[in-house]
Design a protein around this ligand. Structure first.
Ligand SMILES: [Zn+2]
Length: 523
């Protein structure tokens, strides 16, 4: 009975193919993922869920379609549960999934991982139904800048500016093992999925002892959770002794970085669920040789480029002292502007620099909470958007934004844009939702993501809005209202969160292990 229950969801999760059962218990199964060989303890948190928990039901397309928009959500979900045994999703490429009855945009049909209809969807026999009565459906969020490993060092250096914060944390990060990073990635990605992120960009630039299997571990965590991963092979080659900010103990030689980056891309980049970017860390932690060589490597391999830029006035002063140039001028000289590049932060740009970023279609990952916590400054989001730059939102690392998820960043982006300009119309809720979805997708070069349109990838977040029935516009309610988690999350049509439960990972036990590891790191 138990094996029968497990068989279907096992097949429904290609992210965990190759797994072998180590132990099981009803509703929670432990599996062994080959890419996580180095972090065996983490396997305990990866699980497979029964079909009934997927939230999907197969009906005749009539009875389960009855609840319509405007009705309460609870009845619709009860109907779905009663309409027969769940039969998984459309991951086998057969049948159709219909998200039925959302307050906005109505129904959505999904086939073969793509959106095939939006609005009113006529019922077909054999539809797999997902009741969304009264809910809001958005495209899944695209988190354009994050450092998953930093979940290991949350709540430290809480009254520091960027450079002081970095100098406090670098020596601790130098002690991180691959297993520590994997544990942080599992928690971080799980929390991000529950808060609506279907694609996450992780900028990982701490590679102690050159252990680049840490990237395999992060990718395995993303597969287990079920989200897409833009994995930025970060790097630092300029230690303190050479005029950089990080201690010499955590920088790598340039040749090793470039060889590793190419090897990581060869191992992990599939262009669909795991994408590799070439990502030297920042102007104050890398050499100009590494920046130039990284750009050349990325363009030879067809990969995107990412780095931190113009985050603080300290950085601008560092660049002027070391190069006689402002950060953006330096990037132009190093061939680091273009539509295959996105910068994290881009705060300290003058009007002419904003125009140059826009003209070159260079992307910007705006991380409002982190910028506020570190008192880094106000990103000129409105100006960048108006100049034509793709702009997305990012959490940044949980060590400078302890919330660690994207939904609050929409509200923060709106608030900061209004405070910066003194204009209450500087950014609207709908505009910040666009930044978090299509804007982020544009930064990552993924035009197929971030849109509720026919033909787009079915990366969908279903938000319960029962407490916001009094708010006229559900998007206003989502952005301006209280934080919440998704009811359902689909990535390429596959369920990742169902009825509020993360399907692939036991997040509670993953948090418990992370806390043990974090305390050990600081002891
Ligand atoms: Zn960052």
């Amino acid at each position: 009975m138990l094996l029968e229950t497990l068989e279907k969801p096992w097949k429904a999760y290609p992210f965990v193919t190759g797994a072998s059962l180590l132990a099981n218990s009803p509703g929670s199964v432990v599996c062994n993922l080959a890419p996580l060989k180095a972090s065996r303890r983490i396997h305990r948190h990866i699980r497979l869920r029964s079909d009934a928990e997927s939230g999907l039901a197969t009906g005749d397309g009539v009875a389960s379609a009855a609840p319509r928009r405007g009705q309460g959500g609870a009845n619709g979900r009860a109907d779905a549960a009663l309409s027969g045994a769940g039969r998984g999703d459309d991951t086998g490429g057969v049948g159709r999934t219909v998200l039925r009855g959302a307050r906005w945009p109505g129904d959505i049909a999904v086939e073969n991982g793509r959106i095939t209809a939006v609005g009113t969807v006529e019922a077909r026999p054999g539809d797999h139904l997902l009741a969304c009565d009264g809910d809001l459906i958005t495209a899944g969020f695209v988190n354009t800048h994050h450092h998953l490993y930093q979940w290991m060092t949350r709540g430290r250096a809480t009254a520091c500016d960027l450079f002081t914060w970095l100098q406090t944390l670098y020596p601790v990060w130098a002690k991180l093992s691959v297993e520590d990073t994997a544990a942080a990635a599992l928690v971080g990605l799980g929390e991000l999925a529950l808060s609506g992120a279907t694609t996450v960009s992780d900028h990982h630039y701490v590679v102690p002892h050159g252990r680049d299997d840490v990237f395999d571990a992060i990718a395995a965590a993303a597969r287990a959770v079920g989200v897409r991963l833009q994995l930025c092979r970060g790097s630092m080659d300029l230690g303190e002794s050479a005029g950089g900010l990080p201690p010499d103990s955590i920088v790598e030689p340039i040749d090793a970085i470039l060889a590793s980056t190419e090897a990581v891309a060869a191992r992990l980049h599939d262009g669909e669920h795991v994408m590799i970017a070439v990502a030297p860390c920042s102007p104050f932690s890398v050499s100009t040789d590494l920046m130039r060589e990284s750009a050349a490597l990325a363009r030879r391999l067809g990969l995107r480029l990412h780095t931190h830029l113009a985050e603080t006035q300290d950085e601008a002063r560092h660049c002027l002292a070391r190069f006689g140039k402002r950060p953006l001028e330096l990037m132009e000289e190093l061939d680091w502007l273009g539509d295959d590049v996105w910068f994290a932060h881009a705060i300290h740009l003058d009007a002419d620099e904003v125009a140059r970023v826009g003209r070159s279609r260079t992307g910007v990952a705006h991380c409002p909470s982190s910028n506020a916590r570190l008192a880094s400054g106000f990103c000129p989001v409105r100006d960048l958007v108006d100049a034509g730059a793709p702009v997305g939102l990012g959490v940044d690392g949980p060590a400078s934004n302890e919330i660690g998820v994207l939904l609050p960043e929409l509200r923060q982006a709106l608030y900061l844009a209004r405070l910066r300009s003194g204009r209450a119309d500087a950014l609207s809720p709908a505009e910040v939702l666009a930044l978090a979805t299509s804007g982020g997708a544009a930064c990552l070069g993924r035009a197929d993501l971030g849109r509720l349109e026919v033909g787009a990838s079915a990366d969908l977040a279903v938000w319960p809005l029962a407490d916001l029935g009094d708010v006229p516009d559900p998007v206003d309610g989502l952005v301006l209202g209280p934080d919440r988690r998704v009811r359902h999350l689909l990535v390429g049509g596959k369920p990742v969160v169902a009825d509020g439960k993360l399907l692939g990972v036991d997040l509670e036990s993953a948090h418990a292990e992370l806390a043990v590891r974090a305390r050990a790191l600081w002891s």
